[in-house]
Unconditional design. Structure first.
Length: 244
């Protein structure tokens, strides 16, 4: 598999995590699994038809798709004719580029984008990352990222913060916070915090030496015990911690 990932231009860094391109060169077909990260994305299929959403949705060649934020893992079917390119947006930034429906309508789904908002096939094939920079620079409507301070708080605590505490610190109500998160991200604040905590736990598991137990990592990440952590990892990845 050939997978490229590159950061956007400096102007777009507050809104976009990275651009990516995937080309498959394996003869055998395989399933590729993506874990939840709290982010929405936009991609174009430059190859043959591609199955995603655990085999439930087919992406046609030459078309652009919006991928909503996920609260569980997702499998896509990859073969030798697969060629995809896209962008991973930062949380709550979709509305900086598009006027669109509430993000909770896109959660865990892949939706074909309208032609007028889609990527150009020829320009993407020619130089995808340069084209994406130009495309999103032209589309940037405003530079204010709603929920930014709340998101920063969640990340600074690695997801170990209660929703009541978040609402109190940021002078809002739990109900308003829920409404804004679902509209702008597609997830509840609790779901988003759980994803950030799960990602932190994953990073510790992958980087820790063998002397560190799963129980120690569970306590550091705010889980009740190693069973609680194991269940969260299985729910988000479909895998046991030992298989990560």
């Amino acid at each position: 598999m050939q997978y490229k990932k590159i950061k956007p231009c400096k102007e777009l860094e507050p809104f976009i995590h990275f651009y990516w391109e995937l080309k498959e060169n394996l003869i055998e077909k395989q399933w590729e699994r993506v874990f939840p990260d709290g982010c929405a994305g936009i991609l174009i299929n430059l190859g043959n038809k591609c199955l995603t959403d655990n085999g439930l949705f087919s992406m046609e060649s030459g078309k652009t798709y919006v991928v909503g934020a996920m609260n569980s893992f997702k499998d896509s079917f990859i073969d030798s004719e697969t060629h995809l390119a896209g962008v991973c947006l930062k949380p709550a930034t979709f509305s900086n580029f598009y006027s669109y429906a509430s993000q909770n309508e896109l959660t865990n789904t892949t939706v074909e984008f309208e032609k007028g908002k889609s990527f150009n096939v020829e320009k993407t094939l020619d130089n995808p990352f340069h084209y994406f920079d130009q495309f999103f620079s032209d589309r940037l409507k405003n530079k204010n990222i709603r929920l930014q301070e709340v998101l920063n708080h969640i990340h600074s605590t690695n997801g170990k913060v209660s929703i009541n505490e978040l609402a109190k610190i940021h002078c809002t109500t739990v109900r308003q916070l829920e409404r804004n998160f679902k509209k702008l991200i597609g997830l509840s604040p609790r779901e988003y915090s759980n994803i950030i905590r799960f990602q932190y736990a994953m990073s510790l598991i992958k980087s820790s030496d063998q002397n560190r137990s799963l129980l120690e990592i569970a306590f550091e990440c705010g889980y009740y015990d190693h069973s609680h952590l194991t269940n969260e990892i299985k729910r988000n990845t479909g895998l046991a911690p030992s298989l990560l």
